[in-house]
Each structure stands twice: as structure tokens, then as C-alpha cells.
Design a binder for this molecule. Structure first.
Ligand code: TGC
Ligand code: FAD
Length: 390
């Protein structure tokens, strides 16, 4: 980790501003000091290192695109992407925590919330004093959230929420949950559910072989009384949660590349030092093929997410463009992790190196926020005009 060389084969640093590079350096230094030394241990014991929350807040990793008046930093989307890249180079579970807080909790409150909701929640979420989670997926509705069953009925100054969500990142420790449920007219609305509301529980999901340093759980609503002032007033329908996913998927497109960079860097250095048959394994053509293909895919991926960052910062990135980048980054990263693991031979399966942890984490990353195939179908629909989902 200490010797990490950031891959920049096409001199893409020249496309970044000094502020971007400063942000990258500070998040990278934080990851090196606070995350890399402990993350393997936390992943092995399947625990979330909650002590890092304060530092992530201080660094501005929670909702950096939110304006300063609400506690954010008002940064552009390339800055956000760079932060996610550096965090995920440390661990996808850590990036997940920041993604959920920024894109799936702060973004909807900022974009769809009332002024009172923004003032009440955003500054505390930006520092990490309060942590949030995002409840869209249900036991029977994963790729197809339009079928969700969670719902609420009207009861005067509050509503009564029933239903359940599963696979929810940060749920076990979150102070609030942004939850998507049907209103009495059957329309999808967002609600802010707070820990401590009667009938609201968050059982933890155990036994994961992936994202082990991230806490995952369910959200269970058993006649939960939610004040009407906690309903997000400015959006209705599936475009509400899907809009949040666009922000999070954008961050993942950058983040997954961080894993790829770490795996490539580790494998490259190992190949230069490991001697077999009297010479470094990096001298064998088959090893070079692996490394050359890795750096080619990383470079293509870097160009894709940089351009996407420009478009997103200008408000021009389409959901379909974001899908393409999320899918591509996850796909190349998981393949690079598998090839990098091979280059390390037996050492590749141990926790002494980060590769196997990245590889297992990426199985979640390629699945959540829309699976590999769902994103393919989004591109397919966009280019052909035909909807293959239904
Ligand atoms: P469809 O009819 O296509 O769309 C409904 C409405 O939404 C609009 N829309 C979007 N808006 C913003 N951003 C997007 N990405 C959008 N995609 C669609 C669309 O224009 C339409 O608007 P309107 O005004 O016409 O109503 O909806 P559909 O039911 O056909 O679904 C399409 C599909 C399959 C692509 C969608 O359901 C989907 O993306 N499914 C995948 C589900 C998913 O990604 N779940 C993620 C759960 S959260 C999570 O995994 C967090 S992990 C966090 C971590 O730990 O990092
Ligand atoms: P399914 O939808 O059942 O899909 C199973 C398979 O069928 C997939 O291969 C899929 O591609 C395929 N498939 C489905 N429909 C089609 C189709 N029309 N055509 C072709 N193939 C299809 N959700 C949240 O709301 N909040 C969170 O914070 C969150 N965090 C998560 C953390 C982790 C660790 C994990 C693993 C998941 C998380 N999720 C979260 C849920 C995640 O978004 C879903 O797992 C994902 O959307 C897929 O849903 P599913 O697991 O129900 O799979």
C-alpha cells in the first residue's frame, strides 16, 4: 500500500484541476493512514469500523456536491468521483458507506426535501453526526422496485408505515432511513424514518462473503407512526429513488476503478519481484498480457468516468450514460481482480494483499445499484428504443 503508484498511462492528471488533485491527495492520505492498516482485520471479523465516520465527515466525503449552506462542500461531480475512487481503493464497503450517506440519503433530502428537512438533517449528515441508510429493495422486489409493497395509510398528522426492506447498507447503525413506500393512492413516496420510532427495527444480515466491512441489514416497519412532516414533498413515483441511484451509480463508476487500480498496482509490483524459473514473473509473456490488458482497461475506464464527470457537473449526464459507466467499471474491475489474483499465485488468496478482498467485494458492487445485466438492458433500451424488461 505504501508504495502505491497511481496508474496514469494517458496523463489524465492534466485533465484535473489543482483542487481535484488536492482532494485526491487528502483522501488518499487518509485511506493510507486510517483505513488500509485496519481494513483487513475488520473484513475478516465482519465488522464495520465505525471510528472512521468522523474522519470521513471531516474530509468532506459525505455529500460533497451538497451546497455549503447545508453543510456540504458544493464541489463538482469529478471531485465526488475522485473521493469515491480513493475510498474504494481502500475498500468497497467504506465507499459504500459514503455513497449511501451522500447519494442516497443527503441527495434525496437536498433534491426532494422541504427547507425544514434540509436544515434539520443535512448539516448533521455531512459531518457524520447522523448516519443514514436507503430503503428501496424488498425481499420480492430487487431489480424491479416498481413492484414494491411497502405502504402507508393516512392517520391525521402522521402516517402508518408497514412493510420491509432488505439488503440495506448501513441499516444496523443508521440514525435515519430514507424509505420508499406507496401512499394511499398507490404512488411511490419517500419518507424519513428515524431510529426509535415505535415498530421500526433494523436486524443485521450475517454470513456475507462480500462487503464484510460494511454493515448490511433489513428495515422492518410494523405500524410505524411517521409524522407527515417527514415525507419528502417534492417528488412522487419511481423517478424519486431512481434519481438517487443515478448519483450513487456515478460514484460507483469511479469507485470500482479504484479497486482495479489497487489490484493492478499490487500485481505489477509483485510481478517485478517474484522470481520463478530464474527470472521475474513479469518477464513472462503471459504475465505481461494480463498486466497490459489491465492497464488498457483502466485507462479506458478513467477516460469514460472523467468525461461522465464533466457531463454530470454540467447537468447533462443521462441515466443511461451513467449505467454504461457503472457497468463497465464493475465489469473490468472484477476481471482485473481475478487476473491480479492469479499473478500473485497462492499469496493472492491471503489477507496480506488486498486483491481477494476487492474481488469478493466487487461481487456485491456488480450486483447492487442495478445488476450487470440490468444495466446492459438499460443501454439496450436506449439504443434500440425497445424495452426488454417487461
Ligand atoms: P421506468 O419506467 O424506466 O422509469 C420510471 C421513471 O423513472 C425515470 N428514471 C430515472 N430517473 C432518474 N434516474 C434514473 N436512473 C432513472 N431511470 C428511470 C423514468 O424516466 C421514469 O420517469 P417518469 O417521469 O416517466 O415516471 O421504470 P421501470 O419500472 O421500467 O424500471 C426500470 C429499471 C429496471 C431500469 C429500474 O427499475 C432499475 O434501475 N432497477 C434496478 C434496481 C436498483 O438499481 N436498485 C438499487 C437499490 S439501492 C442499492 O443497491 C444501494 S447499494 C448502496 C451501496 O452500498 O453503495
Ligand atoms: P434479482 O432482482 O432477483 O435478480 C436476480 C438475477 O436475475 C440477476 O442476475 C438479475 O440481473 C437477473 N434479472 C432480473 N430481472 C431481469 C430481467 N428483466 N432480465 C434479465 N435478467 C434479469 N438495496 C437498497 O435498497 N439499499 C441498499 O443500501 C442496498 N445495499 C445493498 C448491499 C449489498 C451488500 C447487496 C448485495 C445489495 C444491496 N442492495 C441494496 C440491494 C441490491 O440493489 C439488489 O440486490 C439488486 O438490485 C438486485 O436485486 P436482487 O438481489 O433482488 O436480485
Amino acid at each position: 500500500q505504501d508504495l502505491y503508484q497511481h496508474p496514469d498511462y494517458y496523463l489524465l492528471d492534466e485533465l484535473l484541476t489543482d483542487e481535484h488533485k488536492l482532494i485526491r491527495d487528502s483522501v488518499r492520505a487518509y485511506v493510507k493512514k486510517e483505513i488500509s492498516p485496519i481494513i483487513e482485520d475488520y473484513a475478516q471479523k465482519a465488522a464495520f469500523p465505525s471510528q472512521i465516520i468522523k474522519g470521513l465527515g471531516e474530509l468532506g466525503c459525505f455529500g460533497p456536491f451538497v451546497p455549503q449552506e447545508y453543510g456540504g462542500a458544493g464541489l463538482d461531480y469529478i471531485s465526488y468521483g475522485i473521493m469515491m475512487q480513493e475510498l474504494e481503493r481502500g475498500d468497497s464497503g467504506i465507499r459504500s458507506t459514503a455513497s449511501v450517506q451522500g447519494s442516497l440519503v443527503m441527495y434525496p433530502i437536498y433534491t426532494y426535501g422541504s427547507e425544514e428537512q434540509k436544515k434539520k438533517y443535512l448539516p448533521k449528515l455531512a459531518t457524520g453526526e447522523w448516519m443514514g441508510c436507503f430503503g428501496l429493495t424488498e425481499p420480492d422486489h430487487g431489480s424491479n422496485p416498481a413492484g414494491m409493497l411497502s405502504n402507508y395509510t393516512d392517520a391525521g398528522d402522521h402516517v402508518i408505515l408497514n412493510g420491509s426492506k432488505m439488503w440495506i447498507s448501513n441499516a444496523p447503525f443508521a440514525d435515519i432511513a430514507v424509505v420508499w413506500a406507496r401512499n394511499p393512492e398507490g404512488k411511490i413516496k419517500g419518507l424519513i424514518v428515524e431510529r426509535g420510532m415505535e415498530g421500526f427495527t433494523t436486524p443485521e444480515t450475517h454470513g456475507k462473503w462480500s462487503l464484510r466491512a460494511s454493515a448490511t441489514g433489513e428495515l422492518v416497519f410494523d405500524n410505524v407512526k411517521v409524522p407527515k412532516e417527514n415525507i419528502l414533498p417534492n417528488v412522487e413515483g419511481l423517478k424519486g429513488p431512481l434519481g438517487c441511484l443515478s448519483s450513487a451509480r456515478f460514484g460507483i463508476a469511479w469507485g470500482a476503478l479504484g479497486c482495479a487500480m489497487d489490484c493492478y498496482d499490487t500485481a505489477l509490483r509483485y510481478s517485478q519481484q517474484r522470481i520463478q524459473f530464474g527470472k521475474p514473473i513479469g518477464g513472462f509473456q503471459l504475465t505481461q498480457k494480463k498486466l497490459a490488458e489491465m492497464i488498457t482497461e483502466i485507462t479506458k475506464g478513467q477516460l469514460l468516468v472523467w468525461r461522465l464527470g464533466v457531463l454530470r457537473s454540467e447537468g447533462r449526464a443521462t441515466p443511461e450514460q451513467i449505467s454504461m459507466a457503472k457497468r463497465n467499471s464493475c465489469n473490468i474491475s472484477i476481471q482485473i481482480a481475478r487476473e491480479a489474483r492469479q499473478i500473485l499465485g497462492g499469496m493472492g488468496i491471503t489477507g496480506e494483499y488486498s486483491i481477494m478482498r476487492h474481488m469478493m467485494n466487487l461481487e456485491s458492487v456488480i450486483t447492487y445499484e442495478g445488476t450487470h445485466d440490468i444495466h446492459l438492458l438499460i443501454t439496450g433500451q436506449d439504443v434500440t428504443g425497445f424495452n426488454a424488461f417487461k
